[in-house]
Design a protein around this ligand. Structure first.
Ligand code: MEV
Length: 328
């Protein structure tokens, strides 16, 4: 009987959600303060496979009903990829402090933590590509059609740009890293605000799939405009142009709103953040509820933005340091 452990964290998409499903690039940041921690306990005996999953959430300490079919699928894939020949008799408990249905990557983070805990319990060393594939297999069941950005960002240590299944971490130090003493670059914080309404990424992806099938032109325009915005925003980040970066966030919000994945409350929160002096704000993640993000120059400026979005309906907020970009 062996106990394995694994952990992963939440993520926020800066630009490019939804368009990334159709080949556009997207930018995401890890949110290290929101964690998913998994424990895998192998149960003795050599009967047939016996796998149980439980997910405990922070808000509801009792086991929640987060769809576990993706996780069940993950175990089957794990058996194959890790070449496990003995019966898979294992209890997996995931303690997820990432609010669900908020575009913060809770499903991918739970899957990643579970994969790492299984690998630990069965004493397998999995390379990064295999971990990604396993998380992605679970995401595809949970979300229908997942680009892979969540599977990667929930294990990243720096902001990353992602396109067509391939991600690259940007040369930026997150808070707490030695590179923060580098005086060059982009110095900002990100306010993440929860609208208090749960949104299903699967439903949002499905909604757009239907709309884009009816109007391929809408899809092409959306994807091409988001591609230009995200590419330009990545340059802004690397060159420290906070105001330009912010303007692109807000423009990306308008595009997402126009294709129908925002909500009235999120739109009000975006307006409130801008009115409070934020250089840019937008919905983040799958949408149809969930979270919005707003840029702020520093922690002091973020206080006004936090007040504004709370007055506009945010039920909770997090302040994430974006780090300081190391240069070009
Ligand atoms: C979800 O965090 C991001 C989406 O673009 C879906 C995906 O990329 O799989 C909405």
């Amino acid at each position: 009987v062996r106990l394995g452990a694994g952990r992963a964290h939440g993520k926020a998409i800066l630009l490019g959600e939804h368009a990334v499903v159709y080949g556009a690039p997207a930018l995401a940041v890890p949110v290290p303060q929101l964690t998913a921690v998994a424990k895998a306990r192998r149960v003795g005996g050599d009967g047939p496979d016996e796998i149980s999953f439980a997910i405990a959430g922070l808000e509801s300490p009792e086991v929640t009903s987060l769809p576990t079919d993706g996780l069940q699928h993950l175990v089957t894939e794990f058996r194959q990829r890790a070449a496990v020949t003995e019966p898979m008799r294992v209890d997996v408990l995931v303690d997820c402090a990432i609010p669900q249905g908020r575009g913060l990557g809770s499903s991918a983070a739970c899957a990643r933590a579970a994969v790492l805990a299984l690998a630990d319990a069965f004493d397998r060393r999995l390379d990064a590509g295999t971990v990604f594939d396993l998380v992605q297999a679970s995401e595809n069941v949970a979300h229908g059609r997942a680009s892979g950005i969540d599977a990667l960002a929930t294990g990243a240590t720096a902001p990353l740009i992602f396109r067509n299944g391939v991600g690259r971490e940007l040369p930026v130090a997150m808070a707490g890293s030695a590179r923060l003493s580098d005086p060059a670059g982009f110095d900002a914080v990100l306010v993440i605000a929860d609208s208090g309404v749960s949104g299903s990424t699967r439903d949002a992806v499905e909604l757009l799939r239907g709309a884009f099938e009816r109007s391929p032109r809408t899809r092409d325009e959306f994807v091409s405009r988001v591609t230009s915005l995200t590419e330009a925003a990545a340059h802004d980040l690397l060159q420290g142009r906070v105001a330009d970066f912010g303007a692109r966030l807000t423009e990306n919000h308008r595009l997402l709103r126009d294709v129908g994945v925002s909500t009235d409350r999120i739109d009000r929160m975006v307006d409130a953040a801008l009115a409070a002096g934020s250089p840019g704000a937008k919905i983040s993640g799958g949408g149809l509820g969930g979270c919005m993000i707003a840029l702020a120059g520093d922690r002091r400026e973020s206080a006004a933005v936090v007040r504004g979005v709370r007055q506009a309906g945010a039920v909770r907020t997090w302040v994430v340091p974006m780090g300081r970009f190391a240069g070009h």
